[in-house]
Ligand binder design. Sequence first.
Ligand code: SAM
Length: 251
Amino acid sequence: MTLRRLDILTIFPGWFDGPLSTSLLGKAVAEGQLDLRLHDLRDFTTDRHRSVDDTPYGGGAGMVMRPDVWLWAAEAVWNDLRPQAVVGRSDPHPDAVHVAGGPRPRTVLLTPRGRPFTQSLARDLAAEERLVLLCGRYEGIDERVHDLVATDEVSIGDYVLFGGEVAATVVIEAVTRLLPGVVGNEDSPTDESFADGLLEYPHYTRPAEVRGRVVPQVLTSGDHGAVATWRRRQAEELTRTRRPDLLDEDE
Ligand code: SAM
């Protein structure tokens, strides 16, 4: 299976205008290789201010995103319902959020406390037919949304962003470029950093000499076997010196 449809839930759908219309990601979306749908969380609110947040129980700084709004939004996206069909419903499905005809699609909540995002997880997500990304803001999202809505919690690194939109974009880019036909050169996604547990070897292009720095002779030798061996050694050396943790993961 390969990813066909990706839904994003956010309070800033406009944030994605640039990334989703640029370069190979923009082309994949424009050509329908990926059915990408943006949803404004504020369409699932009940008050005239379209509030998605409230003060935290127990006190403390900042605001927390409301669970009812997220539950309605997730149920609508999963089941292809319009906001009017779900907003304001009280506990339509008391035990959990309802998904017609099967389990909920893989639903990734972006959060600093999530599982670290890696190329291996990107491959895993690219093999899903549907993916839903949830972008938090403020102090984060009510814990019950983590429990009832998310199938995965994912972090893009040990730092805190304003919101989940950048993190969602990272996931979308990494996943989309693994889809068949998205990257022009079919070999690229299999012959690059992390694909085989190593960082990638160094690249060179013309001119052959710049500021006294000359391209390694083996690359202009025409000996494909020697080039492959050199690249493999460079990849191993780079990984050993810069990211020995990647080598440990193989053991
Ligand atoms: N109070 C939260 C904490 O300390 O973990 C941080 C909330 S952050 C200001 C707001 C939103 O940004 C989060 O709900 C999440 O969606 C997103 N976010 C921030 N940093 C992230 C990261 N490293 N990875 C994924 N999402 C992140």
